[in-house]
Design a protein around this ligand. Sequence first.
Ligand code: IPE
Ligand code: IPE
Ligand code: MG
Length: 257
Amino acid sequence: MEKGTVDMHGRAETIHRPLAPAGKPARRAMPVHVAIIMDGNGRWAQQRGLPRTEGHRAGVRALKTTVKAAARMGIRYLTVYAFSTENWHRPRLEVGALMSLLVETLERETPELRAEGVRIHGIGNVEGLPRPVRERLAWAEAETAGQTRLVLNLALNYGGRDELVRAVNRWRQAEGAEGRPLTEAVLARYLDTAGQPDPDLLIRASGEERLSNFLLWQLAYTEIYVTGTLWPDFGDADLERAVDAYMRRERRFGGIG
Ligand code: IPE
Ligand code: IPE
Ligand code: MG
């Protein structure tokens, strides 16, 4: 009997289903798109008696390591949550330090990222960012526009709900008046990630088990991997472990496998 057929009693027949050889579990392909919630910078600093901003600096170093590792591993899209629409609720000094760090990092790292074949793309409500950040981001995007090895989506002033509202409003302006109904495929074209595949794997550092308003549409069927590692301590080995765990998972998309 073939897999998926039913015997004379109406029971699913599984006896002749081919089994994976012992000790060699089936592996799926590498993830094409990995999303990361880079969390735990503050706790990392606190554990060392340092100001939270030092945690953010260490977080930038971890990001640089991770981008390089992702490119080496053949990941094609990396989307990192760097500043959420809710992060404005933090003390003014911390928000200011984060904005300065963004400007400084974009300025310093863009040439090397370009040399590594990385294309930088901002997602989120970019218009709501301070002008120096907006300008450096636009510059980094233009500088790296020709690169094709890895797309690095930097989520800045990003919120999943905000993105959906902006997408619907853009659609309404562009074609809503023509009276065509909005479909999933059409809406996807107005998201900040238009033209990109949805993330295969979401990694959250620091052990928190929530989405915190990240990529609400795109994560519909993404595999989730939570690690207790605080983001500044995240390195090549952590990325490899997450990818390895992903490759052992079975994705069913509502089917039966
Ligand atoms: C993530 O680290 C970085 C940003 C949100 C900008 P946190 O600053 O949230 O670190 P914890 O969660 O307080 O440890
Ligand atoms: C999510 O982390 C946002 C970023 C990593 C940029 P938060 O630290 O802001 O999330 P919550 O507040 O713990 O949910
Ligand atoms: Mg946090």
